[in-house]
Design a protein around this ligand. Sequence first.
Ligand SMILES: CCCCCCCCCCCCCC(=O)SCCNC(=O)CCNC(=O)[C@H](O)C(C)(C)COP(=O)(O)OP(=O)(O)OC[C@H]1O[C@@H](n2cnc3c(N)ncnc32)[C@H](O)[C@@H]1OP(=O)(O)O
Length: 232
Amino acid sequence: MTTDTSATDDRPFGTTDPASAGEEGAPFLRQDDDASGSTDLARELRRVRGLVAGSRFDDVHDAVRTVRELADHLEAVGTMVRPSDYATWGVPEHLASNPAIGSRNPVSPPLEPVVLPDATVRADLRLGIEYQGPPGCVHGGIVALVFDEMLGLANAAAKSVGLTADLRVSYISPTPLYAPLRFEARQDRVEGRKIWASATVYTGETLCARAEALFIEPRGISDAQRDRPIEG
Ligand SMILES: CCCCCCCCCCCCCC(=O)SCCNC(=O)CCNC(=O)[C@H](O)C(C)(C)COP(=O)(O)OP(=O)(O)OC[C@H]1O[C@@H](n2cnc3c(N)ncnc32)[C@H](O)[C@@H]1OP(=O)(O)O
């Protein structure tokens, strides 16, 4: 994900005020900067995933050697980050490794959420063959993954923190590959530690799927922690 944060570097990440967002929405998350080239590396690896998943080859043994050398190189020059190394949940380095939204994770869909003035979180994206389930359609598990993340972000936009306790997805019509998809998620209500949120995904005017979820706020969350972006 390449979110331009140059104009907003003085704001804490993940606390974009919905009230200050324009009609098109404001970028919701800041992740690690790309000084090291890690984001570009992940982007190229996404291309590789699509090519490997969606192409026929006569002989790619040379590519296997090249990729093995690349993996050996990365292993030699990198420092493994353990989850216990993160300062806290929701820091940019943590978000960047996320499989649903991480800029450094080649598995993650190209999700670039924005927050709208009413605290709805929206993401427009297209998904390629590496996310295929039925022929020509997005895998239902991928739809659920994106919903879970978007719902968690909608909670963060509403300054809530929750763990997914119950996630129900209704698949209404097939979600097409390569077509423009619009995911939208919003928080519906909060009662004590229980948080309800819902989401939809459309292609054009066609509703592909909707989700309803219950999140439970972990015990002992502080007001300051609620200001953090939390994956959900
Ligand atoms: C800076 C940030 C810091 C914060 C860090 C945040 C971490 C975020 C990390 C994000 C990671 C990534 C995000 C992910 O990927 S989340 C990953 C997927 N989710 C999980 O792994 C969660 C696993 N489950 C749990 O840990 C516990 O079950 C939780 C924490 C959810 C509740 O266990 P807890 O012991 O706390 O709650 P309680 O038992 O006192 O119940 C409380 C109330 O809720 C009701 N209830 C409970 N479950 C359900 C259910 N399934 N359906 C309906 N209702 C349910 C229950 O009846 C009760 O209601 P009532 O009797 O009061 O009326």
